[in-house]
Design a protein around this ligand. Structure first.
Ligand code: GAL
Length: 351
């Protein structure tokens, strides 16, 4: 009898410990499958957009891995509209998802979505982009400060003598990542700007990361900086593409260093053709696969192992941050092709 009582006490303490480790409010979710029920786990995936190629890949890899683990995925895409994304989250919660994975359009606005999930006892993973000022359970991304540092360092290392005039195109001002990329870029550039080695002749933010907005910024820079410039610090491949379109029209494509990130196929093709200098490869396969595994673990009320913590304005959010790779024409094959992200024929053209 004593042994049985001890067993009950131990299992009770363990489930409380698991709940506390997940930062869960009160009991485990009253979902159909939380804690190992028979019904399949249902994951809610709330996306900002499916516009960029990378998000389509994130969605497909995530869904495939979740299904391998026996979970269902209900996906909603908000087309970069905050009101729509809050509604998407409420709809997923009304459909009794066991865990929410959110790619926020606006890292501040989506705090409301996390609060709604908290009311329903549903854990939330912020996917690739942090959600601020809320009791977020887990943040899964890459080291985004390092992304910015890599972009700026590549640019400085490839400017003659590490000196020159540059244009800076930041991402969406609504996206916390865009601010973190800039933070990383600033860590490299600030001392060089201070001593006059680097001059920023024009800078602006590309709303919603839209390549058309990046092209407008580039055209404004071409007009304003009549004496020219040596490089464009574009914060991702979509904005790099818009900038390169403007440079092409000005007869400057391939003559100006342009950075990027995401290793989009079109960007890799531009790198192979000498029109874009570099991109930062963030293995989506790793991110999306890990996200599906973490979502299933959390839905079952089991503890997850974070490898860091990121302050979100309300708490230090447990974080899992994955590695990244700088890619240019010298290592395109060894990274992108060898890693199976894009094929040799896709990047370099069929032989
Ligand atoms: C960011 C993301 C980047 C970039 C951008 C475009 O949050 O970290 O990979 O591509 O979104 O959607």
């Amino acid at each position: 009898m004593k042994f049985r009582m001890a067993l009950v006490v131990v299992s009770l303490l363990l489930s409380i410990a698991i709940g506390l480790m997940l930062g869960r409010r009160g009991a485990l979710p009253a979902s159909r499958s939380g804690g190992g029920g028979d019904a399949p786990i249902v994951i809610g995936l709330s996306m900002d957009t499916e516009k960029e190629a990378r998000w389509q890949k994130d969605r497909d890899v995530f869904t495939a891995r979740a299904r391998e683990l026996g979970a269902q995925v209900k996906t909603q895409s908000a087309n970069s509209d905050d009101t729509r994304q809050i509604q998407d989250v409420k709809s997923l919660l009304a459909n009794h998802v066991d865990v929410l994975v959110i790619i926020p359009h606006d890292g501040d606005a989506m705090a409301e979505g996390v609060r709604e999930a908290a009311k329903a006892g549903v854990p939330v993973i912020a996917y690739d982009r942090l959600i601020r000022n809320c009791d977020l359970d887990l943040y899964l991304s890459f080291d985004n400060v390092k992304v910015g540092e890599m972009q700026a360092r590549y640019l400085v290392e490839h400017l003659p003598g590490g000196k020159g005039r540059i244009v800076r195109i930041y991402g969406a001002p609504t996206d916390n990542n865009a601010k973190i990329f800039k933070q990383g870029q600033d860590q490299v550039l600030a001392p060089l700007i201070a001593r006059g080695d680097i001059e920023v002749v024009h800078e602006d933010w590309a709303t919603d990361w839209d390549s058309a907005n990046a092209k407008k910024i580039m055209n404004a820079a071409l007009t304003r900086a009549s004496s020219g410039f040596d490089a464009v610090l574009a914060s991702n491949d979509g904005t790099a593409g818009g900038a390169i379109q403007a440079l092409k029209e000005a007869g400057l494509a391939g003559k100006v260093i342009v950075t990027g990130q995401d290793a989009d196929l079109v960007a890799c093709q531009r790198i192979a053709a000498g029109q874009q200098a570099m991109t930062v490869y963030k293995p989506i396969q790793n991110l999306a696969t890990r996200a599906a595994e973490l979502a299933v673990t959390m839905a079952r009320g089991k503890p997850v192992i974070a490898n860091g913590a990121v302050a979100n304005g309300q708490k230090d959010v447990p974080a899992v941050l994955l590695d990244i790779v700088s890619v240019d024409k010298d290592n395109l094959r060894q990274t992108i092709v060898a890693g199976g992200f894009h094929s040799e024929a896709e990047v370099f053209g069929a032989p």
